[in-house]
Structure formats: C-alpha cells, structure tokens
Design a binder for this molecule. Structure first.
Ligand code: PXP
Length: 239
C-alpha cells in the first residue's frame, strides 16, 4: 500500500503569516526523501492554503506524482488540464467548512462528474472520486467511467470507539464492492497513528492519503531541534 502525503497544512502555516515559508515544495521534497509515494495538495476555490503557483512548482520541481484535489468547477478543471498532474481527486467543497466534510454526491451530479472525468482522462490524468462507503454511489462511479475512488474514512476515524466496528464494516464492504467493479481503491481523511490499525483491515487499498496528522507530528518531531538551533544562533550575542 502506498502513502500520499497531503501537504496543504504547510501552506496553511505560511498563509497565516503571509510569509514565503514554510514552502510546501520543501515539504514535498522531504516527504520523498522519507519514502512517501505521492504528494497530495488541494487547490481550494478560496485559495485558503495552497496557491496556484504551489501547484505549478509541485508539478515541476519535485519527483513524486502529484495528486491534485479539487472541486468540480470549470476554473479549477482548466488549471488541471493545463498542469496535468498525475492524478486528480474530485471532492465536494464548501467555503465555510474547516476541511472536506463529506463524500461527493455522485448521484445528484452524475452528468457533471461524467463530463469532467472524461475530459481529465482524455488528458491522461487518473481521476478519482472522493466518496462515502455507499454501494450505490460506487456503482455510479463505475458507470460514469471513473477509474479510481477514494473512500472517505473521516466518519470512522473520528467516531467513538463503540461506533467504529460498524463504520469499519461499511468501509470493508465498500472496498470489496469497488474492487469487484474493477475500480482502484484509495482511502483518506482523518487517518492517524491511533486509528490506522482499523484502516489496515480494509482490503484492496492502493493508496492512503494522509495530511493533518503527519503535519501535526512533524511539528513536535522538529520542536527540540528548532529551539536548539535558535539557542545556538543566539550564542553569537556579545552584549
Ligand atoms: N483525502 C481527501 C480527499 C481530503 O480532502 C483530505 C483532506 O484534505 C485528505 C485525504 C487528508 O485528510 P487529513 O488531512 O485528515 O489526513
């Protein structure tokens, strides 16, 4: 199973101060060095974290395949067609949400999704649909021609321990069903070291896309070193 690291929240830190650092491109290069298999970045319509120029640089200046997460809106589809990332993952997007809150309503937007999946596929981009673990939705993904689905693991990952077995069962059934339809199966959202054990019970997974928990742990893994570096630089002080 492969790991795609979502580096959006490196850009969140940068945008919070309007600086040029930390740079998601530098994060992607470190992810590659650590053995990650891909980089995921979400170009949101409101550009709250990742910017257009980040996508351009992530496409051209680092070695890992880029999975561009995006809403199915014309202006962003045009950017994808122009930049040709290896993969696109279509997600629902609401301006007020803190993060992607649910899977795509594939049944309601079937024709619009069909047309975008077709355009992106014609351009050689593997297109994935971010969906809940719902068998009818997976049938619709197959019918409109999507080669890949990403199962939304947020409900399972955020659930109370008592509620988890049922939600995990739904994910397992969905992965089996999608695989049976010939779809490639990815999964993502809310995955961390504590809940990963359950995720590893889901069959047929090709890639896990994980962002927030990795960026959060990276902050603490780097804290002692960052403080130590600053203290060392302060030794130069001569009064
Ligand atoms: N996959 C998709 C489709 C997402 O929208 C997100 C969040 O941007 C992720 C994976 C990563 O989720 P998290 O940051 O919770 O690991």
């Amino acid at each position: 199973m492969k790991l795609g690291v979502n580096i959006d929240h490196v850009a969140t830190l940068r945008q919070a101060r309007g600086t040029v650092y930390p740079d998601p491109l530098d994060a992607a290069i470190l992810c590659a060095r650590a053995g990650a298999h891909g980089i995921t970045a979400h170009l949101r319509e409101d550009r709250r974290h990742i910017q257009d120029d980040d996508i351009l640089r992530l496409r051209e200046l680092q070695s890992l395949p880029l999975n561009l997460e995006m809403a199915n809106v014309e202006s962003i589809v045009e950017i994808a067609l122009d930049l040709r990332p290896a993969e696109v993952c279509l997600v629902p997007e609401k301006r007020q949400e803190l993060t992607t809150e649910g899977g795509l309503d594939v049944l309601a937007h079937r024709e619009a999704l069909r047309s975008t999946v077709h355009c992106l596929s014609e351009a050689g981009i593997q297109t994935s649909l971010f969906v809940e673990a719902d068998l009818d939705v997976l049938d619709a993904c197959k019918e409109i021609g999507a080669p890949v689905v990403e199962l939304h693991t947020g409900a399972y990952c955020e659930a109370e321990p008592n509620d988890r077995p049922l939600l995990l069962e739904q994910l397992i059934r969905a992965a089996d069903h999608a695989h049976g339809l010939g779809l490639r199966v990815n999964a993502g959202h809310g995955i961390n070291l504590e809940n990963l054990g359950g995720i590893l019970c889901i069959p047929h997974l090709d890639t896990l896309n994980i962002g927030h928990s990795i960026i959060c742990r990276a902050v603490f893994h780097g804290m002692e070193r960052a403080v130590g570096e600053m203290l060392e630089a302060m030794q130069e002080y001569e009064g």
